[in-house]
Design a protein around this ligand. Structure first.
Ligand code: T5A
Length: 216
C-alpha cells in the first residue's frame, strides 16, 4: 500500500492529541506502521524552532512568525513526512498547512493566496490525503487546555497563541471552517462530543480510506 498522509486541525484544546492517540492504537491493531508527528516541532530543526515560535515571551513580528512556521514545515516535509510516505507508512500529523492559513491568514490577517503559495513552496506541493478538522467553540477549547495545563502542571512557555483574545480564536475557527468547505480532503467532526464519540466519527472515514488505498 502507498503511504497515507492524515493531518489534524482545530482550535486550541480541540482534542487533537487525544484523538491521535486513539488513531495510533487503531492503526497498531490493523498492523500498520505509523509516523506520529506534529508542527511545529516534528524535525530536529523544528524542535529548536518550536521553542522560539511558541514562547510567549519571545517578541516576533507576524512576518517572522510566518517564516519560522514555514521553515519548520519545509524541513519537516523533506526530512520526515516525505520519506515516511515513500516507505508506505501512515503519517499522522498534528497541524499542517491549514494551521498557517487559519492562524496567520484568518487570525493575523495575512493574504490567503500568498499563504497558499508559500505553503506549496514549503511542502513541494504535498497535501494530506485526509484532514480531520475538530470543530469546537474556542471558549470550550481554551478552558480544556487551561484545565489540562493546571492538572499536568505544564508551564506556559508554549502559550503564544493561547494568550490571544477570544476574538482571535473565533476568527481561527471560522477560518478553518471556510477552508474545509473549499477542499474535498476535509472531514469535519463535532469536537464538543466526548472523546470516544469523536473517535467513532473518525473511524468510519478511516475504514473507508484504508479500503480505497488498499484497492489502489
Ligand atoms: N500554529 C501552528 C500557527 O499559528 N501556524 C502554524 O502554521 C502551525 C503549524 C501550536 C500552536 O501553533 C499555532 C497553532 C497553535 O497555537 P500546540 O502546542 O501544538 O501549539 O497546541 P495545540 O495544537 O493547540 O494543541 P493543544 O495541546 O493545546 O490541544 P489539542 O491537542 O487539540 O487538545 P488535547 O487533546 O491536548 O486536549 C485538551 C484537553 O481536553 C481534553 C484532554 O483530555 C485534555 O485535557 N479533551 C476532551 N475533553 C472533553 N471532551 C473531549 N472530546 C476531549 N478531547 C480532549
Amino acid at each position: 500500500m502507498a503511504g497515507l498522509f492524515i493531518s489534524l486541525e482545530g482550535v486550541e484544546g480541540a482534542g487533537k492529541t487525544t484523538l491521535i492517540q486513539k488513531m495510533v492504537a487503531y492503526f497498531g491493531r490493523c498492523g500498520k506502521e505509523v509516523l506520529l508527528t506534529r508542527e511545529p516541532g516534528g524535525s530536529e530543526l523544528g524542535k529548536k524552532l518550536r521553542g522560539i515560535i511558541l514562547n510567549a515571551e519571545e517578541k516576533i513580528c507576524p512576518t517572522a512568525e510566518l517564516l519560522l512556521f514555514l521553515a519548520d514545515r519545509a524541513e519537516h516535509t523533506e526530512t520526515c513526512i516525505a520519506p515516511a510516505l515513500a516507505q508506505g507508512k501512515i503519517v499522522l500529523c498534528d497541524r499542517f498547512i491549514d494551521s498557517t492559513v487559519a492562524y496567520q491568514g484568518y487570525g493575523r490577517g495575512m493574504d490567503i493566496d500568498r499563504l497558499n503559495m508559500l505553503n506549496a513552496l514549503a511542502t513541494n506541493d504535498l497535501k494530506p490525503d485526509l484532514t480531520i478538522l475538530l470543530d469546537l467553540d474556542p471558549e470550550i477549547g481554551l478552558a480544556r487546555a487551561t484545565a489540562r495545563n493546571i492538572a499536568q502542571n505544564l508551564t506556559v512557555s508554549e502559550g503564544r497563541f493561547e494568550a490571544e483574545a477570544l476574538e482571535f480564536h473565533q476568527k481561527i475557527r471560522t477560518g478553518f471552517l471556510t477552508i474545509s468547505r473549499r477542499e474535498k480532503r476535509f472531514l469535519v467532526v463535532n469536537a464538543a462530543q466526548d472523546a470516544d464519540a469523536v473517535f467513532a466519527d473518525v473511524l468510519k472515514a478511516l475504514e473507508r480510506l484504508l479500503e480505497e488505498k488498499e484497492s489502489e
